[in-house]
Design a protein around this ligand. Sequence first.
Ligand code: IVH
Length: 670
Amino acid sequence: MTESVSNHIEQLRKTINDHNHAYYVLDDPTITDIEYDRLLRELQQLEEQHPDLITPDSPTQRVGAKADSAFAEVEHLVPMLSLDNVFDEDELSQFARRINERLENDENRAIVCEPKLDGLAVSLLYEKGKLVQAATRGDGRIGENITQNVRTIKSVPLELRGNYPDKVEVRGEVFMTKASFESINEAARANDEKVFANPRNAAAGSLRQLDPAITAKRNLSIYVYSLGLADGVDLAGSHYDRLQQIKSWGLPICPEVKLKQGFTECLEYYHDILNRRDDLPYEIDGVVYKVDDIEDQEQLGFVARAPRWAIAHKFPAQEETTVLEKVDFQVGRTGAITPVARLQPVFVGGVTVSNATLHNMDEINRLDVHEGDTVIIRRAGDVIPQVMSVIKERRPKDAKAISMLTECPICQSPVEREEDQAIYRCTGGLFCQAQRKEAIKHFASRKAMNIDGLGDKLVEQMSEAKLITSIADLYRLTVEQLITLERMGEKSAENLINALEKSKQTTLAKFIYSLGIREVGEVTAQTLAVELNDIDTVKASSEQELVALPDIGPIVAKHIVAFFANEENNKVIADLIELGVNWPKVEKPSADEQPLLGKTIVLTGSFEAMSRNEAKDKLVALGAKVSGSVSAKTDLVIAGPGAGSKLKKAQELKIEVADEEQLIALLNNN
Ligand code: IVH
């Protein structure tokens, strides 16, 4: 009996470890999460019944007992070095020149390119294939023993596989994925706990927990990038091959590691990774180039604490400190008042930034930010720069606290806070020039009436000049009026009038969307058009009737009814129709004209045969709901080249993914 239970337990452990290996090392999952959990539970139950059969390297034994005080010191057998940095191509070519001087000149030298992961360096020591020690880098010579915490990292094998050395020490970076970081911070926010500033801090904080059970919950990851020492196997003669060897022992290597020839290729690698930086599931702060040949590495040796055979090529920093000089309040299309930080200009994320969003008053209170404070600004990718935190120690005596206005800065109407909401609003509605301006910008935008050539700047100019006060005024503009504007020639004025004329021919869904009713996005506008078929029915619908429609909730319904209860709005609609805005009559399509009804589709990446917007219109016409983000409710993700995080998420959630060719087939067959 015990014999067979013990065999079964062994078999389960092996199966679980194999699945782990397939998932973390081969990046090729072999079962679903649910099946995996089922196996782990089965093993747990058997071990509970037979505690004498528990072994320390069982996959159930990752979480050990709490440490009672600080971590013990560990002396590294081989010192853990750091890297020198370069910040631009000039510095990189100096590095290349130094190498070519010390070794034989070779323009096509093999160089391994790796992402510079933004986490913490750790060393893992395996003896006879078992993880016996994990340590932080510390000062490079002496680190801290964090074995109990590292054991909880699921991608760290507790046991090696294959032809591993008798004793081996590898180094790698422990990090937290962006997704884990977001979910941990979300949970912290929900519990009113302190949030982490970035994934690196979160990883560091998690690794230094005395209670491994906490570390286990933080979902850390690791990629190994070098070998400290290895006894008892023949090692490959190049860094790249050694990484493959390390991988064959069951340790995870970053899939972005590439073998290149010469520094021109390295630079291409740098730019490629920099372009994809936001789409990678983890944060990186640059790339690392390493001379591939180990003999060459040995010949190059070290300077101080960094090797001469490797260099980090850093990306422009995404975070910088600067002074927040002033907070202004901006009024949006729906009256929402957003505080905007005016900053001392600072170079961050590759551009000079002088404004950052502060979202709302809750955010100001959470940050406890004052005018005059030194703040940390973050600009990642094309995202609007954010104020991350305040350096309180540097607050000047005359720093000024920030409070919400009681009056709209533009129209002086009272400002109100909605119940249970963080947002304050100007109550002026379309009386407020700021709201009017924003409403016009929205009306003209591409997804709304698509008025070619009428961008935000021009709307600003026209409303400043009082040429337009409502959206209907757009269709009353004349060439004579337009040419009075600065930098507006007769040709451009004529073009704009033509574009306005052309925009009059629209669809009911686009028209409803253009009106800028609160909470009514493209999808809701489409629902209203398809379900109610004409603007008068939309106008006459009660809240009750609206909530009966698919995907329309009570809040949206309230906003729709309130919008049409306003006579001013109805007058504008009547004017627009009178001025010639029109759309084909909407017939409720029959089910066979809408083969994609009920399907939620997400488009990501770029397509060749059509723009993403065209693809979207076509899919919507077939009844699909086209959404901007992937969730469990998504039925299909159509991914073109360059697709990143959405594609990754679809794969994680095991959602069907199609390419452009399949999209075209789908459109043609329906
Ligand atoms: S190699 C002798 N490779 O960067 C070479 N380091 O600035 C030692 N890091 O402490 C490091 N990604 O924490 C290497 N692919 C990578 C890396 C990497 C991140 C970190 C590591 C190290 C620091 C050096």
